[in-house]
Design a binder for this molecule. Structure first.
Ligand code: TXA
Ligand code: MG
Length: 340
């Protein structure tokens, strides 16, 4: 792929970003979850550029971002009552809703499925750009396919500089993990990817909802996932990651008994002072939000350290947003977990 000139924009340059998008370009924009790589969702050629820049498998569908609930009617064939309830409760915010798509949606958006994933982001800059462009924006996370999603502009620059038309630089993304994805196209509404909007919050609104088994379990090779994204390797650093499921005491004695070289602990702030090996923290043990906010940056910084071969990670608590942290970390570890 030949190098293109990437403009580095600021939050004030929303009109410049909107113009590039209207003209069929691709622009990385901040959202409250992670940075997204946006293109006009109705322009097949523009959307193709996203797949090319990220190296994304073509059967992995994209989320379409809107700036007002009413914009959804052009994208779906039906906007059922429970979808309205979820949208009114959680939008703008980190919830993606999958519905049956309208006829005019390019196939490339939905990876050949008859459904479409839609989100109305809470980030003001993102909404301003969508509004000023006047088009729905397809936007996956703005990372190279397989690497951790970007929570800072510098992550996007490191992955995509020279491959995309522009980057709108903003603060660190507030949440730090991608949106909760819920499908309303199965017989019972299903959470396909956990995020900051938790299972319990959704259950309080629509009562009947379940969590897809792929959230915590490895798919067997022949099964067809509802969400194509779940079958690809994600978030993994170059080093091998092993999750240790245990309390602090067991974690510390396991790590301090290791004699191998080139190992690293991926742990909580409170663990570090007891460990005899190099360590990176992904937040505080009692603060699940801080873990969500720091995990991707921590995974990225492992690759910046030289010669690390194995990473021993603390196992996140699987409740609330902790389920989302666990879901991302277990993928980074390729489901390699030891119960101590
Ligand atoms: O927070 C987020 O959701 C971020 C920001 C930029 O909005 N976006 C994001 O997009 O994480 P992406 O493409 O990295 O992840 C979207 C996930 C993928 O696992 C994809 O397979 C799934 O949503 N998905 C998209 N459309 C789908 C559909 N029609 N049916 C099932 N899964 C779908
Ligand atoms: Mg992604």
């Amino acid at each position: 792929m030949c190098k293109i000139k990437t403009q580095i924009l600021s939050e004030k340059d929303t009109l410049v970003a909107a113009k590039i998008l209207k003209n069929g370009g691709i622009v990385a924009i901040p959202t409250e979850t992670v940075y997204g790589l946006a293109a006009n969702a109705m322009d097949e050629n523009a959307v193709k550029k996203i797949f090319l820049a990220k190296g994304r498998p073509i059967d992995n569908p994209l989320i379409v971002h809107i700036s007002e609930i009413d914009e959804i009617y052009k994208l779906v064939s039906d906007f059922p009552f429970i979808a309205k309830k979820l949208a009114e409760t959680f939008w703008p915010g980190p919830l993606t809703i999958i519905l049956k798509k309208a006829n005019n949606i390019p196939n490339i958006i939905s990876g050949g499925l008859d459904t479409i994933a839609i989100r109305l982001p809470d980030n003001f800059i993102a909404r301003k750009i969508i509004k000023e462009a006047g088009i729905p924006l397809a936007a996956p996370s703005a990372n190279l396919s397989g690497s951790p999603s970007p929570t800072k502009a510098e992550h996007v620059i490191s992955d995509l500089f020279g491959k995309i038309d522009a980057i709108v630089c903003s603060n660190k993304c507030k949440i730090g993990l991608e949106s909760t994805v819920i499908s309303l196209c199965s017989s019972v509404p299903k959470i396909l990817r956990p995020g900051a909007i938790t299972f319990q919050q959704i259950k309080n609104v629509i009562k009947n909802v379940e969590i897809d088994s792929s959230v915590t379990e490895k798919l067997n090779e022949n099964s067809q996932p509802i969400s194509p994204g779940t079958k690809y390797k994600h978030y993994a650093p170059n080093a091998k990651v092993i999750i240790l499921n245990c309390d602090r005491e067991k974690y510390i004695s396991f790590i301090n008994a290791l004699t191998d070289k080139n190992i690293l602990a991926l742990c909580y702030d409170e663990d570090i002072k007891y460990l005899k090996i190099p360590a990176i923290s992904f937040g505080q043990e009692s603060d699940l939000q801080s873990q969500a906010n720091l995990l991707f940056d921590a995974l990225r910084s492992i690759d910046k350290m030289k010669k690390i071969e194995t990473v021993y990670a603390r196992c996140p608590m699987q409740k609330g947003i902790g389920l989302a942290v666990f879901n991302r970390l277990i993928r980074a570890a390729d489901f390699n977990i030891i119960n101590l």
